[in-house]
Design a protein around this ligand. Structure first.
Ligand SMILES: [Zn+2]
Length: 236
């Protein structure tokens, strides 16, 4: 970890409320990005909290620099025991807030690169979600593509992009399945993911973009990917 320009400022009121080890709010600034970490109920053990914060600073500034330097420079991570999903980034006033279910981390303490995925959603900042201009499978596929690329320790979390295409996998399965497809497509057509990301952010994404950048329409590119991964599985 780089500790240059690292600033830890526990909020005074929080310090009074948690006079022992728990500061309910921690603020750090590094690489031009300020993170405010909130855990009002002190739900997360210090070691996991520290890894969450370290993972954020190891990934978000790079994702932001590479994809969208104008993305928010001030981000919140909120541990919310009342949230029963895994983690999410919301819209509007929640578009720079990563909400995490601390019970998930209790059960999966090594899944700290979930922050890498969520941080990419903040970088994305697309004007919609689950719409024609921002299909959710592609938005989530890019977030998992970024988790694979920038993640600190995906292996410890038991997380990896699939190396084989299963019969139930489709191009619009999203998440890791689409992430692996994006990785393969990017290798053959460098700049593709950034072009998709930029169009999604501008609201100008259409499926025609795949053909413009790869020479193949989406369905044909997916078929080529399936054929290639199939060959790999046979050891060719
Ligand atoms: Zn996501």
């Amino acid at each position: 970890m780089r500790l240059r320009r690292c600033l830890i400022v526990p909020v005074v009121a929080a310090t009074l409320a948690f006079p022992a080890a728990h500061a309910a709010e921690i603020q750090q600034t590094r690489d031009g990005v300020t993170l405010t970490y909130q855990d009002q109920s002190g739900s997360t053990v210090a070691a996991v909290r520290d890894r969450i914060i370290a993972t954020f600073f190891a990934t978000y500034p790079r994702e932001r620099r590479d994809y969208h330097p104008a993305a928010p420079s001030s981000v919140r991570i909120v541990m919310d025991p009342s949230y029963d999903g895994v983690a999410y980034v919301g819209e509007k006033e929640k578009s720079a807030t990563i909400t995490i279910n601390p019970r998930w981390l209790e059960k999966h303490p090594n899944d700290t690169d979930l922050v890498t995925h969520e941080a990419m959603h903040i970088v994305q900042g697309y004007p919609g979600y689950a719409s024609e201009q921002a299909p959710s499978w592609l938005v989530e596929g890019i977030a998992d593509y970024a988790r694979d690329h920038y993640g600190v320790d995906n292996a410890a979390g038991g997380w990896a992009l699939p190396s084989q295409v299963k019969p139930e996998h489709k191009v619009d399965t999203g998440y890791r399945v689409t992430g692996a497809f994006l990785k393969w497509s990017e290798a053959g057509h460098p700049g593709l993911v950034k072009a998709l990301d930029a169009a999604l952010r501008k609201g100008t994404y259409t499926p025609a973009l795949w053909k413009a950048h790869t020479g193949e329409d989406l369905a044909a590119l997916w078929e080529a990917y399936v054929a290639h991964q199939g060959n790999g599985a046979r050891g060719a």
